[in-house]
Design a protein around this ligand. Structure first.
Ligand code: BYC
Length: 472
């Protein structure tokens, strides 16, 4: 059960006074950050119907209540320990997992935890203006549910930094509140977390594709030999699933509405004239967030990834489904791009671990796109959405610095400049989206014209429930 202390937790925080004091010292700084950088305009007078974990077992999840956002009970929740858990991969395979950080891996582990931690507040910052353009109260509530949970994920990483990394960890925890998404001087660490998200199409694509990178990275960290990291990330995964639900169903509802409007427009007509979002615009945003999220998996060939795996710090997603867990003498067939041509080479499996995780990720995304396409099919449309080639629009790894179209065909810089807005959102697209989202919809049960209502409400409540209410 989670304790009802100042910082809710299931780690017996009150049994470690030093740690408790350190985290209680960080807590007001976090709240200040939330007030300054969290959802703008929804700090003081709104109550939001959110789900809060009261224990880490499945029933503990069903607790819903109205809260003012800055009063959400952020805390520290770890999944239950697994009895006699053993290291599942790498050079220490079969040894007992670690309850403390081994000195020789301290820097690497800190770096992984800080990188993970940095993404969480970043996403809240990216999304802070969306409430003022929401398509419905239902969506507004989902946005805030995602935001408070990203805040909690920051708490999860800060707990690890404070508990296991001494003074350096405390300094890193402070810096997590100092870097800012999109800030020129102090940006967030990973590029996708510095991109603006100021319209709801971007938000749904982000929660579909970028949160799914969160899923793949958390799955690989949940394999870690550092048991507290594994337990923390295991619990975070349960929260992550809801974020992807928001993204996938958000786009599904936009597609549904687009199909209705296309029918109304006589199929050949322009959906934008009816205030909807046309399929080419949806595809461009898909291209953007999928390619940015591919970058989040790091370089194709990475000695960092090899040593994370060798040292047992970061495994593969679902490590136990692989036949072999040492991966010392095995190879991965990877496509390189040399002198303008693709060439396949075998590289050491350990050096390809980022690519192995990316393979898992691409498969998971592709399954989601198949589900979206069913909607187009059901409406009798011939258009389909698709994932662009992995080489398209890459900023990290061996394809960065080159240009490819969504089919993976190489382009010159001039060709790319001429055509990039056929494949990626243009300023005109952004302006159009903002124009149809200019007026927020705060009336229960009402939805913006560009999106269909969901099939059902939250927690078995009706769709027209007042998911966010204003204090009198
Ligand atoms: N942007 O050897 P490489 C989430 C840097 S999302 C900028 O390929 P590595 C969430 C890299 O730091 C999941 N820089 O990298 C979702 C390195 O720099 P140095 C977040 C980048 O270490 C939605 C250099 O390039 N999870 O949870 O193998 C909402 C060479 O890199 C980028 C994690 O981050 C980039 N995209 O792989 C909220 C998990 N990529 O050392 C939350 C922990 C690489 O040369 N992190 N660089 O200065 C990791 O596992 C690894 O750090 C990465 C990078 C997979 C991210």
């Amino acid at each position: 059960m989670i304790s009802a202390e100042k910082i809710p937790n299931n780690v017996n925080l009150s049994g470690n006074k030093r740690l408790q004091r350190a985290l209680e010292h960080w807590q007001p700084k976090y709240i200040q950050w939330w007030r300054d950088m969290g959802p703008q305009g929804f700090q003081d007078y709104h109550q939001v119907y959110v789900r809060t974990a009261i224990s880490v077992d499945p029933e503990g999840w069903a607790h819903f209540e109205y809260v003012k956002l800055p009063e959400y009970r952020w805390g520290i929740f770890l999944a239950d320990p697994v009895h006699d858990r053993r290291i599942g991969f790498g050079d220490f395979l079969g040894q007992p997992v670690w309850q403390e950080v081994p000195g020789e891996f301290r820097n690497q582990l800190r770096r992984l935890i800080v990188t993970q931690g940095d993404t969480e507040p970043a996403s809240v910052e990216q999304q802070r203006l969306l409430g003022q353009r929401c398509p419905s109260l239902y969506d507004l509530r989902n946005l805030f549910q995602v935001n408070v949970e990203e805040g909690r994920h920051l708490w999860a990483m800060v707990y690890l930094l404070h508990s296991y990394f001494g003074r350096d960890g405390r300094d890193e925890a402070e810096e997590l509140l100092e870097r800012q998404s999109g800030n020129r001087d102090k940006p967030r660490i990973l590029e996708a977390f510095n991109e603006p998200i100021d319209n709801w199409l971007d938000f749904f694509m982000f929660t579909m594709f970028t949160d799914r990178d969160g899923k793949s990275q958390l799955m690989s960290l949940s394999e870690s030999s550092l048991d507290p990291l594994s337990r923390t990330t295991r619990f975070m995964l349960t929260e992550e699933a809801h974020h992807m639900f928001v993204g996938e169903t958000g786009i599904a509802r936009i597609l549904e509405r687009t199909c209705q409007l296309m029918k109304q427009a006589g199929f050949s007509g322009d959906v934008r004239k009816l205030g909807g979002i046309d399929i080419p615009t949806i595809q461009k945003h898909l291209n953007l967030w999928f390619s940015l999220s591919l970058d989040l998996h790091g370089s194709e060939v990475s000695s960092n990834a090899a040593s994370y795996f060798a040292n047992g710090l970061k495994g593969r997603a679902k490590e136990d489904t692989f036949d072999e867990h040492v991966a010392k003498d095995s190879f991965y067939r990877m496509e390189f791009f040399e002198d303008g041509k693709p060439v396949t080479k075998e590289i050491l499996m350990r050096n390809a671990m980022n690519e192995v995780l990316r393979d898992w990720y691409v498969g998971d995304c592709a399954a989601g796109v198949v589900r979206w396409n069913r909607i187009l099919e059901q409406h009798g449309l011939s258009e389909r959405l698709r994932l662009p080639d992995r080489k398209f629009h890459r900023g990290i790894g061996m394809y960065s610095g080159f240009h490819f179209d969504p089919n993976g065909v190489p382009l010159t810089s001039e060709q790319w400049e001429q055509r990039r807005h056929d494949w990626l959102p243009s300023t005109a697209d952004a302006e159009y989206l903002l124009s149809i989202m200019a007026e927020p919809i705060y009336e229960p049960g009402k939805f913006a014209n560009y999106i269909a209502p969901p099939r059902r409400g939250i927690n078995q409540l009706p769709i027209d429930f007042q998911y966010v209410r204003t204090e009198a």
